[in-house]
Design a protein around this ligand. Structure first.
Ligand SMILES: NC(=O)c1ccc[n+]([C@@H]2O[C@H](COP(=O)([O-])OP(=O)(O)OC[C@H]3O[C@@H](n4cnc5c(N)ncnc54)[C@H](O)[C@@H]3O)[C@@H](O)[C@H]2O)c1
Length: 457
């Protein structure tokens, strides 16, 4: 691995030299396919740096919003998006024919799993088929979607080569995973280092030269497979460590009188060899619940079972069930039938202070509660006014005194900063099942709190 230094760049072919010159002169035309949490911030960075940038998405809703200068990603500055659109530096389109005019094409489309948790590459393949129709000599294609090792070479390139051009010779290909952390105020696209693995040296250099226009530090690895696996490792690392503290939380509940949150806070005082992870009602988003399965699926084709990785995923997946069990026990203690109990979920998004609802623990908790017989389930989320679970639309309820008084249990799933726990505890007539230790600073009405990971004698 090497830290990329643009002054060290060695390019042989005229095609590669020509694209490098365009990048250095800032005349290269940049394209971003898929304008979601990853693609739109990236496209905006290029537009802000003065590059003509085309954003292509199959969602007409998103393209229409952007065309009117409207932003839909919480972390982005509305005015910056509006300015990029109005100044025509960022050009939103649904049509792939724009691809023929581009020099660089990033692919930032979803990589979900199938209902049986196998990788679903259909979005990457569909984007690749559309790109291949308009592919031109000399273009640099950079895949950013998280995926298993081998995707770039065994799936993306064959699709792109249907254009009749040869990868590595006529056009350049690299995998360069995304590290955006929605809601993170310290690290953004610009100051988060990134890794690049090209299919040959020219592809690596060119992809690094593209990235370095908007990202401070770029590291080059030997090939796309290394970059693909390192991305999975980043997310699986989180999955495994979250599973560890989730298990510890459950053990603390068994042991009585050891508060897992205090244990974790104490361990966090060690300045080396320890990293803070917190237990909770489960994992969510488009990365941590999915990526372990991308690796375990691939491993099976090598007669290898990723037992540790799968076990961690299983522990995390069991958490919503555990939370529901606790909630049902609390309702039963009140002598109320589950079918008549009124339940409030606080926080629908998968992590605090963001709007992203994908694979959120709240979705699983609502589904499991319904399967168990619960009927009256409300939710509140200051970031997500609407929520749909299993095709049933819900609307966030207000956090008023009258509203809070109605419930038999309130479950804190996502501890948004906007929540006023003193107000909530003062007004609920039931108990608050706190799965995030959001109430840690509350001093009044603590008897109303049921805390995940701590049972007092
Ligand atoms: N969200 C994150 O925090 C994050 C972080 C790191 C990596 N990733 C990875 O980045 C990839 C994208 O994730 P995201 O969160 O931005 O997803 P997203 O769902 O927010 O955005 C993807 C966009 O791609 C569009 N799209 C789908 N198919 C398309 C096609 N064929 N052509 C054009 N557009 C298409 C969708 O309409 C959508 O707007 C995934 O592989 C994800 O695992 C995401």
């Amino acid at each position: 691995m090497e830290l990329f230094d643009p002054s060290d760049i060695q390019l042989q072919s005229e095609l590669a030299k020509s694209i490098a010159n365009k990048l250095l002169e800032k005349t290269a035309k940049i394209g971003v396919i898929g304008l979601g949490y990853v693609g739109l911030p990236l496209a905006l960075e290029f537009a802000k740096k003065g590059f003509m940038t085309w954003g292509i998405d199959i969602s007409e809703t998103k393209i229409n919003m952007l065309s009117q200068g409207q932003n839909y990603i919480e972390d982005l500055d509305d005015e910056e998006v509006k300015h990029a659109i109005q100044s025509k530096k960022l050009i939103p389109r649904t049509n792939f024919s724009e691809v023929q005019n581009l020099d660089v094409i990033y692919i930032c489309v979803p990589t979900p799993f199938t209902p049986t948790k196998d990788p679903d590459l259909s979005y990457i393949l569909s984007a690749a088929t559309d790109i291949a129709r308009y592919l031109q000599k000399g273009q640099v294609i950079i895949l950013k979607s998280t995926t298993f090792p081998g995707t770039t070479e065994q799936y993306l390139i064959p699709e792109l080569e249907k254009s009749g051009f040869k990868a590595g010779k006529d056009f350049f290909v690299a995998f360069s995973p995304e590290r955006v952390d929605p809601g993170n105020k310290q690290y953004n696209t610009h100051n988060t280092p990134i890794v690049v693995g090209g299919i040959n040296q020219e592809s690596s250099y060119l992809a690094a030269l593209v990235n370095v226009q908007v990202i401070q530090k770029v590291y080059i690895v030997s090939n796309p497979r290394v970059a693909e696996l390192e991305k999975l490792l980043e997310n699986i690392f989180r999955s495994v460590n979250i599973a560890l503290v989730n298990e510890l939380a459950l053990l603390c509940e068994r042991m009585y009188d050891i508060n897992v949150w205090e244990v974790l806070e104490a361990a966090g005082t060690k300045p080396f060899g320890y990293m803070k992870f917190l237990p909770g009602p489960g994992v969510g988003g488009h990365c941590i619940p999915i990526d372990p399965y991308y690796l375990s699926w691939l491993a099976r084709s090598y007669d290898f079972e990723t037992r540790f990785v799968t076990l961690a995923a299983n522990v995390n997946e069991s958490m919503p069930y555990y939370v529901v069990d606790k909630a049902i026990r609390e309702i039963a203690k009140q002598g109320v039938k589950l079918s008549e109990a009124k339940i409030l979920i606080l926080g629908a998004s998968f992590k605090k202070n963001v709007r992203d609802l994908r694979h959120s623990p709240s979705e699983y908790i609502i589904r499991i509660l319904k399967k168990a017989g619960a009927v009256h389930i409300d939710y509140n989320d200051p970031h997500a006014p609407y929520y749909e679970v299993d095709n049933i639309s819900m609307q966030s309820v207000p956090m008023s005194k009258e509203q809070l008084e109605q419930y038999h249990i309130v479950i804190l799933v996502t501890d948004h900063d906007a929540y006023d726990y003193d107000f909530i505890l003062q007004n609920i007539k039931c108990r608050l099942l706190d799965t995030r230790n959001g109430t840690k600073h509350v001093t009044q009405h603590r008897e109303k709190i049921i805390l995940l990971g701590y049972v007092q004698n």
